[in-house]
Design a protein around this ligand. Structure first.
Ligand SMILES: NC(=O)c1ccc[n+]([C@@H]2O[C@H](COP(=O)([O-])OP(=O)(O)OC[C@H]3O[C@@H](n4cnc5c(N)ncnc54)[C@H](OP(=O)(O)O)[C@@H]3O)[C@@H](O)[C@H]2O)c1
Length: 332
């Protein structure tokens, strides 16, 4: 268990029990970081944490339950962090899923949008005062190249008509749910959120000089075959992804910059979260196809009006208050 009083600088990784998040935790642990893994399946997270602690001989890694698809669970999780006064210094928003059918969360939102965007939006805001208090600190949001229609990814183009439509159907047509469209849209939201978060911090004079910096960046892991992302796919597609994905990934990753093993992408994610050279780098995008150096995200992702609309609507949908986040007060 993470010792409340002695600990400085806890790194919180959402979805750290599987795939890219698991490998990121491994890389961070080898580096001596103090880590908290949060996902729905606490038992799976505890097993992952124990395995990595044993392997790395590092500080014990703690696991806590967090369901990003439930606003109540996110608020409960933040309360637990508060109650234990855990000094969260790095927050890696990695958890994500892709759905095969339209499923609504207990709050009445489409699940892909709710987990991949809205839950993380709320979590970051609830932990913002803590991140600022522990600065220099960082937020890294795991997006995906599929948000960019100019890249060949085999996925549909994002199609965000309104935030209301995202909340209701993930942005796919109301008559027939399309999980791939909902996923791509949610990943565009990740990039809009990253850029808008840094604009809001600047507007409020937070997380920048003369204070210690709070840096916020987006990360794009490339295609990582064999991760748990296909768990809701139809059986045949899932079998191909699970069984053939890892060997194909190992070979293709040597030839194509946009295809990686989970180990490679996880280590790159850990670097973006920890590299001292990036302490003052903010509002940037680190994609696989540039070998995880700063790169450009899609044209639409730089649309400030759309990003601001997503922010304002996310405040409304989560019922976020000024008591909960320092970014809700009107800018003077
Ligand atoms: N694999 C790829 O090709 C690829 C490409 C681009 C981007 N990405 C992005 O990379 C990130 C990691 O994906 P991955 O491929 O490593 O998939 P993964 O192996 O399925 O990992 C996803 C993680 O998210 C957690 N999670 C899912 N729903 C959750 C919820 N409601 N609340 C809290 N945690 C939840 C899962 O744990 P529990 O089940 O215990 O909750 C799991 O630890 C995602 O954001 C994904 O969009 C992946």
């Amino acid at each position: 268990m993470v010792e409340e009083s002695a600990v400085r600088g806890v790194t919180l990784v959402t979805g750290g029990n599987s795939g890219i998040g698991y490998e990121c935790v491994r890389a961070l642990a080898m580096d001596g970081a103090r880590i908290l893994v949060a996902s729905r399946d606490r038992e799976a997270s505890e097993e992952a944490a124990d395995r990595i602690s044993e392997e790395s001989g590092c500080e014990p890694i703690e696991a806590l339950a967090l369901d990003l698809g439930s606003l109540a669970s996110v608020r409960q999780f933040a309360k637990e962090i508060e109650a234990r006064d855990l000094p969260i210094q790095t927050l890696i928003c990695n958890a994500g899923l892709q759905m095969n059918g339209l499923r609504m969360t207990p709050d009445g939102f489409e699940t892909t949008f709710a987990v991949n965007h809205l839950g993380h939006f709320l979590l970051v805001n609830l932990l913002m005062r803590r991140l600022i208090a522990n600065a220099p600190s960082r937020v890294v949001v795991v997006a995906s190249g599929v948000h960019d229609p100019e890249l060949f990814t085999g996925m549909p183009k994002p199609d965000v008509k309104s935030v209301e439509a995202l909340a209701a159907t993930g942005g796919s047509g109301p008559e027939k749910f399309n999980g791939r469209v909902a996923y791509v849209n949610s990943k565009l939201c990740n990039v809009w959120f990253t850029y808008e978060l840094i604009r809001r911090l600047r507007a409020h004079g937070l997380g920048q000089a003369p204070q210690a910096p709070l840096s916020v960046n987006a990360f794009e892991p490339g295609l990582v075959p064999g991760s748990g992302l296909a768990r809701d796919y139809p059986p045949v597609a899932r079998w191909i992804w699970d069984r053939l994905g890892p060997p194909i990934g190992r070979i293709a990753s040597r030839l194509v910059a946009g295809i990686n093993t989970a180990q490679h992408s996880g280590a790159a994610l850990a670097r973006v979260a920890r590299d001292p050279a990036l302490e003052n780098t903010s509002g940037k995008y680190f994609p696989s196809h540039t070998k995880f150096r700063e790169g450009r995200s899609s044209k639409l992702s730089y649309d400030e009006a759309r990003a601001a609309e997503l922010w304002d609507e996310s405040v409304r949908l989560t019922e976020l208050t000024a008591d909960e986040s320092p970014l809700i007060h009107p800018v003077r």
